[in-house]
Design a protein around this ligand. Structure first.
Ligand code: DI6
Ligand code: FE
Length: 418
């Protein structure tokens, strides 16, 4: 056993050390945001080796680079745990229709909506999908996002679904971010199915899903369980196929009506159930039983001018964890700001500041099944940081359209502002 002296002398040099900073660690073992007023963070090999009080870490002084944070706040890098970032075209024309009084559902039923983006996505090459997603990604990264989930669902046939997922993986290789992909083949019924939902779901389960899983293109499987999309029974079929392949599931649940989506998600042990404006108390209780995260998407609520607020008090009462995400997509939430998503979460859904910040960090990591890797400032996790020019954490939630990011750190490396 080495004694204390030889141990510290032999300690490897740290790559980087941030000091004189205030930390919102989001560590589950601390109350609230896990605040440390005089903190330091040390990294080695892209991982956090220490995040805590400066007073407890006097031996951690030997780093290749020391960064004086001058009292700035550091949070975990932000996580957007629900996006449809990769797609062709846009829906600005539909937005104008909606301003003239046509509803989101009416547009969808008339063959517009998701299907108009499907047409544009089918026409786009992988390069074009990557190129058009990049500015949206850059906007999120400029606000400290370091991890993102990206869904397919605008192909609705194997080739295009694959191209979307490949584009998402490529963004993960080419940009300093962590990417998690989700297969959302059950997003809408493609026009060529001519109304034969059963046949489409059968093809999806038999061919598309196993093929994409074998190509390691999908980290999870999602479905849109809604009257304008797929029934609970069809969704269950997709989920059974996913589970048989060992893939975790998540669900667009109870967004426009209550079809029992929250209960269904829980029945399959889903990582998350998302939207949930119309979720019942029974559904929330079921989610509590399986640790399914409620992913709240105030951007979509705002943009389609929904009136029904998700049952936030019920989530709190039942101890269901709540995450917040942008739902970035061309139809119901053309949003590329997690800061604004937090502001909307607070203003529209009455979430607290702590719930909003936890919702785009620790709870978003939970929704992605990435708790051991990201989401809090704790030794062993990736050193993904957002460093802010703010005086108190509430400023991240309070402002609208202002970006106080000072620096973004991904896997221990300081990134240029995008
Ligand atoms: N719910 C949504 O809010 C998005 N997909 C979904 O299942 C909408 C996607 C779109 O309108 O393009
Ligand atoms: Fe969505």
């Amino acid at each position: 056993m080495p004694n204390c002296t030889s141990k510290s002398a032999a300690m490897p040099v740290l790559d980087r050390l941030w000091h004189r900073c205030r930390l919102a660690t989001l560590s589950s073992s601390r109350p609230g945001l896990g605040i440390i007023e005089d903190g330091i963070i040390a990294s080695r090999g892209g991982r956090i080796v220490y995040a805590g009080a400066a007073a407890d870490a006097s031996s951690l002084l030997d780093a290749q680079e020391r960064i004086d944070c001058d009292g700035r706040w550091i949070t975990p890098g932000l996580i957007d745990c629900h996006t449809h970032l990769v797609y062709g075209g846009d829906r600005a024309g539909e937005f104008e229709q909606r301003l003239a009084g046509v509803s989101y559902e009416e547009i969808a039923r008339a063959g517009g909506g998701i299907l108009s983006t499907v047409r544009a996505t089918r026409q786009a090459s992988e390069d074009e999908l990557v190129a058009s997603a990049r500015p949206r990604l850059a906007a999120l990264m400029a606000e400290g996002m370091t991890t993102i989930e990206i869904k397919s669902g605008y192909g609705l046939e194997l080739e295009t679904e694959r191209r979307q997922l490949r584009a998402a993986r490529r963004l993960g290789r080419e940009c300093p971010i962590n990417v998690r992909t989700t297969f959302l083949g059950a997003h809408a019924l493609p026009p060529e199915a001519k109304g034969d939902t059963a046949e489409y779901i059968e093809t999806l389960c038999r061919d598309m899903l196993p093929t994409l899983a074998a190509e390691h293109l999908a980290d999870a499987v999602d479905a849109f369980c809604e009257s304008i999309a797929f029934s609970p029974e069809e969704t269950a079929q997709v989920f059974s196929a996913a589970r048989a392949l060992g893939l975790p599931v998540r669900l667009h649940a109870d967004q426009l009506s209550n079809l029992g989506g929250a209960t269904l998600a829980a029945r399959f042990g889903a990582l998350s159930a998302d939207h949930l404006e119309y979720a019942s108390d029974e559904g929330v209780a079921a989610m509590a039983g399986t640790g399914t995260v409620a992913v709240l998407l105030p951007g979509a609520f705002y943009f389609i001018r929904e009136k029904q607020v998700p049952p936030v008090d019920s989530f709190r009462r039942h101890g269901v964890p709540m995450a917040l995400a942008t739902d970035s997509n061309p139809g119901s939430s053309p949003l590329t700001s997690l800061l604004l998503a937090m502001n909307m979460g607070a203003t529209l859904f009455r979430l607290t500041v702590d719930e909003c910040i936890a919702g785009v960090t620790r709870e978003a990591a939970r929704a992605l099944g990435m708790m051991t890797e990201v989401g809090s400032l704790e030794a062993g996790k990736w050193c993904d940081l957002a460093i802010w020019d703010i005086e108190r954490p509430a400023e991240l939630v309070y402002r609208m359209g202002f970006n106080p990011l000072h620096a973004r750190v991904w896997r221990g490396e300081i990134q240029d502002r995008q």
